[in-house]
Design a protein around this ligand. Structure first.
Ligand SMILES: NC(=O)c1ccc[n+]([C@@H]2O[C@H](COP(=O)([O-])OP(=O)(O)OC[C@H]3O[C@@H](n4cnc5c(N)ncnc54)[C@H](OP(=O)(O)O)[C@@H]3O)[C@@H](O)[C@H]2O)c1
Length: 162
């Protein structure tokens, strides 16, 4: 497991999921909760975002990040920096000296989880069908550092235990 020891540059997984870990259905998020989406937009503003190619095609236009790094094997030119592995994405992201957010989707959360120091995760209260899921993580390895109860979601920040 790669640990990020530079506390100035935490690697943060950010996203929203149901209690059943659903994050998407048919290449979109199955809910429309502007207050929740705003937490994403505000967190990444001026920072660095790493995304999978599919998620970039869905959310790229909304990104308020200063730097964006897309992971793809097959699409080198998307009008944004594209790299072919999570390791290359993190190396590039670290060079920008900003907080590093890994913003999905399912494939990229799975690749990013072992590298993550923190997670900013919203739990959507209503259940939805889905075809994309957030990876399971070991609760014993993580602690909640912040929790806010909103009407349609619970927002939590997690930190990996040292
Ligand atoms: N709820 C949330 O917070 C949230 C956030 C983000 C996304 N989503 C949802 O997640 C779903 C999309 O997730 P997804 O898993 O299908 O797609 P994704 O993770 O966004 O992107 C997958 C793409 O990443 C590239 N990739 C994956 N593994 C790679 C590797 N090892 N090396 C190099 N490139 C690699 C491939 O791109 P190429 O095919 O170009 O090679 C692959 O097609 C959508 O439903 C979206 O709405 C939800």
């Amino acid at each position: 497991m790669t640990e990020n020891t530079d506390s100035q540059l935490p690697v943060i997984l950010i996203g929203a999921m149901t209690r059943d870990r659903v994050i998407g259905q048919d290449d979109h998020m199955p809910w429309d909760i502007p207050e929740e989406y705003q937490t994403f937009v505000d967190s990444i503003r001026g920072q660095t975002v790493i995304m999978g190619r599919k998620s970039y095609e869905i959310f790229g236009a909304d990104l308020t990040s200063e730097h964006t790094v897309v992971i793809s094997r097959s699409r080198p030119s998307l009008g944004v920096l594209v790299v072919s592995s999570i390791e290359a994405a993190l190396e590039q992201a670290r060079s920008y000296r900003k907080q590093i957010f890994i913003a999905g989707g399912a494939q990229i959360y799975r690749l990013g989880l072992p590298h993550a120091d923190r997670m900013y995760l919203s739990e959507i209260k209503k259940e939805y069908d889905g075809d994309s899921y957030f990876p399971e993580f070991d609760l014993a390895e993580w602690e909640i550092t912040r929790e806010e109860d909103h009407s349609k979601f619970i927002y939590r920040q997690w930190r990996r235990k040292r």
